[in-house]
Design a protein around this ligand. Sequence first.
Ligand SMILES: Cc1cc2nc3c(=O)[nH]c(=O)nc-3n(C[C@H](O)[C@H](O)[C@H](O)COP(=O)(O)OP(=O)(O)OC[C@H]3O[C@@H](n4cnc5c(N)ncnc54)[C@H](O)[C@@H]3O)c2cc1C
Length: 355
Amino acid sequence: MREETADGPGTASKAVVVGAGVGGLATAIGLRRAGWTVTVLERRPASDRYGTAFGIHPTAQTALDRLGIGDALRARAVPYRDARIRRPDGRILAALPLERIERKAGRPELLISRPHLIDALLAELDRLGGAPIAYGRHLTDPATLGADLVVGADGINSAVRTAYFGTRSRPRAIGTVAWIGAAGFETGLYGETWGEGRFFGMTPVEPGRTNWYATVPAATTAPDVREAFAGWHDPIPRVLAGTDPETWIRYEMRHLHPALPAFVADGRIALVGDAAHAMTPNLGQGACTALLDAEALTRAVAAAPPGGLTGALRAYDAERRRSAQRVAFCSRTLHRFMTGRRPALRDALVGMLPG
Ligand SMILES: Cc1cc2nc3c(=O)[nH]c(=O)nc-3n(C[C@H](O)[C@H](O)[C@H](O)COP(=O)(O)OP(=O)(O)OC[C@H]3O[C@@H](n4cnc5c(N)ncnc54)[C@H](O)[C@@H]3O)c2cc1C
């Protein structure tokens, strides 16, 4: 608990968190638990119900446990098991390494819908006495914020990052878009199917629904997507036929490049999540790394002695930067491998992976 602050002893320290996505809300919870007064600024006019599913790796589950949201996560999440990598004709190439992850961690990878995770984070924030969320506040200049700590959790186009690190590290398109959606039935068949320059993924997400994502060249429009996967193995064409393109979400796949030299600046600025290390979604680690950042940052801040915020930010940077940047690099490399020009070689290599 920090009591000594810029405002004088006995006054709770003040933080502004920019962005009410997964990373920002988790950070606000960690700071509230540490006794800080927190305000969250969010440019959207209200809390959104946007997005399909997040894979939550066991390490991110531990971060959520430490933030007090583990039980709420498990109440709505489903385990991800028995997923395979297939060819478009349905032949199995390899298993996704989910069983290995489960054996090592002692618990499975979980899948949860983004709206349910956001709801759980908002409910925990409320339970802790709340942090006002100023919806409709699009921050342009973080230097105007008079807080002891400013956390940039404002996503891939982060205004906080740009203000403190300039535009050398910036989002780069990789020429691929992902269309994501949820089908109103359970396929019972999960994993990824890799074709030439495109791939299709299906995961469980909640009873009666299947989460799917289709990755295609950037110029592909929604009507083209069904055509791009026509003739692929069942149930892929059925999944696409059974969901209304009006409900599909289009993501341009981008990553932050080059990697930032630091996640912290000026002794009072910290970046978390996509603001710090936006990555391609191939490893399904974007939300996980945002949660790990939020937990590590707020743990370091909670443990800091009076006047020790600068040291706490350095400790956060040391704990998270290399690790998150390594995940981002591996995700990008996997993307290249999955969409490479020599799918036969790729498939032969993948087929050699242990099951
Ligand atoms: C196709 C696809 C599939 C994915 N699948 C997975 C998956 O399976 N598992 C996984 O872990 N991750 C996945 N991700 C990644 C995940 O969506 C993000 O990486 C993760 O949500 C990062 O959260 P964040 O809080 O850092 O950023 P965001 O969720 O982007 O939140 C940033 C928030 O800040 C607000 N904001 C932005 N600028 C300002 C401003 N100037 N002022 C005020 N507010 C501002 C935004 O409105 C937003 O609410 C996937 C991504 C894609 C594209």
